[in-house]
Design a protein around this ligand. Structure first.
Ligand SMILES: [Zn+2]
Ligand SMILES: [Zn+2]
Length: 139
C-alpha cells in the first residue's frame, strides 16, 4: 500500500466526502452490528490512522452502536462511512465499499465469523477469526 496516497470516497447521495491516508490493514467483519447497521451480510473495513482522516464535504451523523463503538453515516442517504472504537482512539475504520475505488484496498482476513450467515459461501484462503482478530490498535 502506497505511503501518503489519498484514498477518497463518499456516500451514495454525495453530501459526504472523505479522505484517508496510509491504510493500516483491512478485513471483512461478519458481526451482527455490522449486519444490522448496513443491512448487508458482511462489511469490508479498512483501518486508517485517524490523524490522516477527514470529511472534506459535509458532516456525518453518528450512532453509538455499542459501548465502545460509534458509526458515522449520512443523514440524507444512510450510507455508513466509518467506525470509531474508543479502545483505539487513534484509528478509524472506513467502509471499503464507500471508496471511489473499492478495488484499491483488499481485505486480508475475516472476523466474527461465528455470525457469518450460513448461505454466504466464502471461497478464499484468508485467516478467519471467531473474535475481533488482529485488528491492531494504532500506537
Ligand atoms: Zn448521502
Ligand atoms: Zn462488525
Amino acid at each position: 500500500m502506497t505511503q501518503g496516497r489519498a484514498f477518497v470516497g463518499g456516500c451514495l447521495c454525495g453530501r459526504l466526502r472523505y479522505e484517508a491516508r496510509d491504510p493500516i490493514e483491512a478485513g471483512y467483519c461478519h458481526c451482527r452490528l455490522c449486519q444490522r447497521s448496513s443491512g448487508a451480510p458482511v462489511l469490508a473495513w479498512a483501518g486508517f490512522p485517524i490523524a490522516g482522516f477527514s470529511f472534506t464535504k459535509g458532516e456525518p451523523e453518528s450512532y453509538q452502536s455499542s459501548p465502545r463503538g460509534r458509526r458515522d453515516f449520512c443523514a440524507s442517504c444512510g450510507t455508513q462511512i466509518a467506525f470509531r472504537d474508543t479502545a483505539t482512539p487513534t484509528r478509524i475504520d472506513v467502509n471499503i465499499a464507500s471508496l471511489d475505488d473499492p478495488a484499491s484496498i483488499e481485505p486480508e482476513y475475516h472476523i466474527w465469523v461465528g455470525s457469518c450467515v450460513p448461505w454466504l459461501h466464502i471461497d478464499d484462503d484468508l485467516p478467519r477469526y471467531m473474535d475481533e482478530g488482529p485488528d491492531p490498535p494504532t500506537s
